[in-house]
Design a protein around this ligand. Sequence first.
Ligand SMILES: Cc1ncc(C[n+]2csc(CCOP(=O)(O)OP(=O)(O)O)c2C)c(N)n1
Ligand SMILES: [Mg+2]
Length: 384
Amino acid sequence: MTRTLPVSDAGSTRPNAVPAKAGTSRRGLAEQLPAETLVGWLRDMMLIREFEVRTMQAYQDKKIGGFCHVYIGQEAVAVGCTAAAAPTDPMVTAYRDHGHALARGMDPRHCMAEMFGRIGGCAKGKGGSMHMFDKAHHLYGGHGIVGAQTPLGAGLAFATKYWDEVVNGGRSRSVTLCFLGDGALNQGAFHEAMNLAGLMNLPVIYVVENNGYSMGTAIGRGTTMAHDLSVKAAAYGIEAVVVDGMDVLAVYDGMKPLVDWCREECRPAFVDMRTYRYKGHSMSDPRKYRTRDEEERFESEDPIDRLVGHLERRKALDKESLAELNRDVKQQVRDSVKWAEASPPPPIEELFTDVYVDEWGPYRGTSLPEMLREDAGDAGSGKQ
Ligand SMILES: Cc1ncc(C[n+]2csc(CCOP(=O)(O)OP(=O)(O)O)c2C)c(N)n1
Ligand SMILES: [Mg+2]
C-alpha cells in the first residue's frame, strides 16, 4: 500500500522535489517467480530460525558473551528484502543482525564464530553478535548504537551515487537498504539522515523493522503517530510504504517495485515493515511487558509456516522435501557451532590491529595514559 504524500512542491524543478510516485506494492509478483526461488527463501528463513535457536542455547551455555539479540519471527524481512535488492546493493543494519548476515550469504560458520569471539568470525571475533560485517556480500554492519546506522545508510547511498555519477560519469545504479528498529525513529541521527537523503536525492531505503517494541517500551508509549509512521517520511518529502513483514511474499511484492523505483529515480524511500519478534529484546529479557496471548497471535501468523502453506498449495513442496530441508539446515547449523568451537580465540596481538592508531607513543597498555605517568617527562605531563 503506498500513500500519496501531501508534498507541496512535487513535480517542481527543485532538486529535492519528489519526481515520481514510489513503486506501488504489486500483489502476486513473488508468486510469479519460479518455485525453486521460493523454496530457496524458505530454506534461508529456516536456516536463520535454526541458527537463532542454537544461538540461544550457546548463549545459555555461556559460549557467547556480551549482548545478543535474536531475529526469530522477523526472518521474512531480511530474506524478502535481500531478494528484492541486487546482491551488490549495500545493506546496513542495527544489532539484531544475524538474519541479515545469513540472508545476504555470510557462511553461518563465520557468523557463529564471531559470536563465540573466535578468530574465524567475520570480524575475527572482535565484534561479537552486534557487529556482523561482510564486505564481500556488501553488508556494512551490525551497529550497536540505536540509529547509528541511519547516517551510514545515507553515506553509503551518497558514495555509490558519487561513484556512479561523478567518478564514472554514468547513472546512479545502486540502492542502499538501511534497516532500523522502531526505537531508532526517535533518534536525532535518523532525522538528520532522512533530511539529507531527501535533500540530496540519495538512493536509500529506510526499512523500519517495526516489531512494536523498543526493549520493553511498546511503540505507542514512546513514539508519536505510531499508527501512521509514514508522516515521519512525509516531513522530508520521502515516499512511504507499509508492508506486512510476516509474509515473505508480501515483503517481496512491496519491496521489489520500491527498490526498482528507487534505482530508477534515484530517490529515497521509507518502509513501515510490520513485524514481531517472538523472543525477548535480548537474552536477558523476561518479556513481562506483553502477554502470552499477544505472542501467540503473532506466532500463529508465522512467516515460515505461511510460506510452507503457499508452497504446499502450489504443490511445490511435499512433506519429504520439507523434512529434508529441515535436516539440511540443522546439519549446517550444527557444523557452524562445531566449527566456531574449534576456531581459536584471537591472539593478544589482535588488540592492536584494526584500530585507527596501532600504538600510541610509549603507551603499552597500562591503565594510565602516557600524560599521567610519572616517567612521562615534561612532554608527557603537559609542561613545556
Ligand atoms: C543511542 C542508544 N540509546 C540506547 C541504547 C540501548 N538500547 C539498545 S536496543 C534499544 C531498543 C531499540 O529498539 P528498536 O529500535 O525498536 O529495535 P529492536 O530491538 O526492536 O529490533 C535500546 C534503547 C543504545 N544501544 N543506543
Ligand atoms: Mg523494535
